[in-house]
Design a protein around this ligand. Sequence first.
Ligand code: FEO
Length: 420
Amino acid sequence: MPVAVRPDTAVAVAPGVHWVGALDPAMRSFDIILRTANGTSYNAYVVRGSEGVAVIDTVKANFSADFFARLETVADYDKITVIVLNHLEPDHSGALPELLHRAPKARLYISHQAQTMLKGLLDWKTVKDRVVTVGTGDEVSLGDRTLRFLNTPYLHWPDTQCTWLEEEGVLFSGDFLGCHYCDPRLFNDAVGDFRFSFEYYYAHIMRPFREHVREALDLIEPLPLHVIAPAHGPILRDDPADYVRRYRALSSSSLHSINTKTLLVFYISAYGATRRMAEAVAAGAEESGEVRVSLYDIEGSEPQPFVDLIEEADALLFGSPTINGDAVKPVWDLLSSLTMVDVKGKLGAAFGSYGWSGEAVPMIEDRLRRLKLRVPVPGVKARLSPTEDEFAACRELGRQTALHLLGRAEHRTIDMASLA
Ligand code: FEO
């Protein structure tokens, strides 16, 4: 069995660097949505220099006692000159107010984007003179140790940053490159197999911000990494670059024909009307000859296999009947999975048949707009069995969406009555 880390013991990570975090083996879900079968850890670190001591991140508030007990074994509060918060979410900032109180000489280093959030966490008047906002290229000296900051926003909040200890090659990466996996052996070469947790964490926390992941990797890949010290899960001292490579692979496009615009049509149909509308939409989209069009009946399928396709696609069209004044559940299930990936700026559209009210189409369009897709072509509704004109409107919906993808959208006259 793993050897327990004593609550009052700091653990050496590198010369002058100690882990002073807390273990939470009982945690079973995180941020409500994340399953954490192996619990988690809140990793905080101390860096001791010849002319100062830095504390990097804190812990969730109810684990403060462990954090302060460990911290006190390696640092006097009067010697702490620097507190770095790489991320202000409460699992890392919970002990910050008390730490600021106990370490009165310390200044707080946060990203520029974090300042607004800090005002929501602390009494700003009492801390503003101690706050230093930093970005890529900024640094703070501890004498014989220097901390350099990397601005890496949206991993997974706007405020996130990484901190680089050049002399020891340690990257304090915050949530980035971390995972929810609690093991008191702490280091990646000592803990159990946590690969599934690492990839699960990426998929649920980082994946919606894939472009920002790539930008952060551009900053991190050139660094001579000796240790990656994330804010959750194992400390990566054995081949840390391998974890960076895994993030690069996970965040890379999985489609080969990435230069071809892709348009996906999803539908579900009770009596065949919405299916025939979907076929007309797909046929219209194909008229351009330059867009790769795929048609999927989602009845009986799980949303998950479609998520990879959605992440890579340029346009997403959804067909649903209206039942009891709503789109049907499989469509909502698929729409809810859109939050797992970055869909901002993709094109969206909706269509479907209905009996007497037809709310599904505007409800889907509203959902797409709220997820920041662009919905430039009005949806198509057809009562019961679509007429030839309605099929023609479906083909036009597909054709116009494809033209938008290709940057060749045709001028459209807006019928103001339709907006009433
Ligand atoms: Fe571990 Fe985003 O907090």
